[in-house]
Design a protein around this ligand. Structure first.
Ligand code: COA
Length: 260
């Protein structure tokens, strides 16, 4: 499948999705949102793909937000639907069952930061700028930004970023846990690729178990979260990969996980 606004590459069990509208700083118009939805569906169903990396084309931006030109003409009802389209994409990324790494190569603003926050891991270039600048446009975040930012970094950081509209640099983003890794721009792709390939060699069902536990647990009481963890832990003992992982450890050899 070819896309108008995305570049897709499969390499070493890693699916790379590159949003490809560099002349518009990879702004998310409706078509790009729909294509992302389809690309994530397709890569999540592809057994050859164990990890997904999402990034932006060009040297300047991951994604500089929802497409302001397209958005400016929307009616209130159309804007609500546009918000839902974006929110549903973010949910589908969170629930795709495979680790998704956002490789933040530049501006991640508005919808761009919201997209990055739907990913499991955020790796930023030291030159990246991240923020929720919607208030500068008389708007608020519409693709889940107010909610995910609060859950990831706490209410204080979410209020600061969403109320000031001011972006923060990657070092500050690292200090508030908005990103968990940072590299110089020239090493960003290499280091992100290494992380992705490392995770692609791990047991896919265990990775999925971790993703599920963290996703359910984040919204549940401790009791419910702990119970879900125990159920998922038990389920791992029904997998071939668990046998392979423990046998390989005891036999002092590398494990080869089949995802079964
Ligand atoms: N939607 C639509 N187009 C966008 C865009 C967006 N969110 N962000 C950037 N672009 C376009 C610009 O209109 C420009 O297009 P043009 O060359 O056809 O005029 C092109 O991308 C380059 O952007 P430009 O503003 O010239 O780059 P810059 O380096 O001077 O500034 C930013 C970079 C990111 C600071 C600036 O583009 C910006 O503030 N973008 C909007 C960020 C935002 O508010 N996002 C939230 C949207 S809800």
């Amino acid at each position: 499948m070819t896309y108008a606004n995305l570049l897709i590459e499969l390499k070493d069990a890693v699916g790379w999705i590159r949003i490809n509208r560099p002349d518009k700083l990879n702004a998310l118009n409706r078509k790009t949102l729909q294509e992302l939805h389809e690309a994530f569906r397709s890569l999540s169903e592809n057994p050859q793909v164990r990890v997904i990396v999402l990034t932006g084309a060009g040297p300047k931006a991951f994604v500089a937000g929802a497409d302001i030109a397209e958005m400016s003409g929307l009616s209130a009802i159309e804007a609500r639907d546009f918000s839902k389209l974006g929110q549903n994409l973010m949910l589908s990324i969170e629930q795709c069952g495979k680790p998704v790494i956002a490789m933040i190569n530049g501006f991640a603003l508005g919808g761009g930061l919201e997209l990055a926050m739907a990913c499991a891991i955020r790796v930023a270039a030291s030159t990246a700028k991240l923020g929720q600048p919607e208030v500068n446009l008389g708007l608020i975040p519409g693709f889940g930004g107010s909610q995910r930012l609060m859950r990831l970094c706490g209410k204080a950081v979410a209020l600061d970023l969403c109320l000031s509209g001011q972006p923060i640099d990657a070092a500050r983003a690292l200090s508030v846990n908005l990103v968990t890794r940072m590299h110089s721009p020239d090493l960003l792709e290499e280091e992100t690729g290494k992380l992705a390939v490392h995770m692609a060699a791990l047991a896919p069902l265990a990775l999925r178990g971790v993703l599920d536990c963290l996703r359910y647990g984040a919204e549940a009481s401790l009791d419910v979260g702990l119970d879900y963890e125990s159920q998922t832990f038990g389920l791992m003992f029904a997998t071939e990969d668990m046998r392979e992982g423990t046998d390989a450890f005891l036999q002092r050899r590398p494990a080869a996980f089949a995802g079964k």
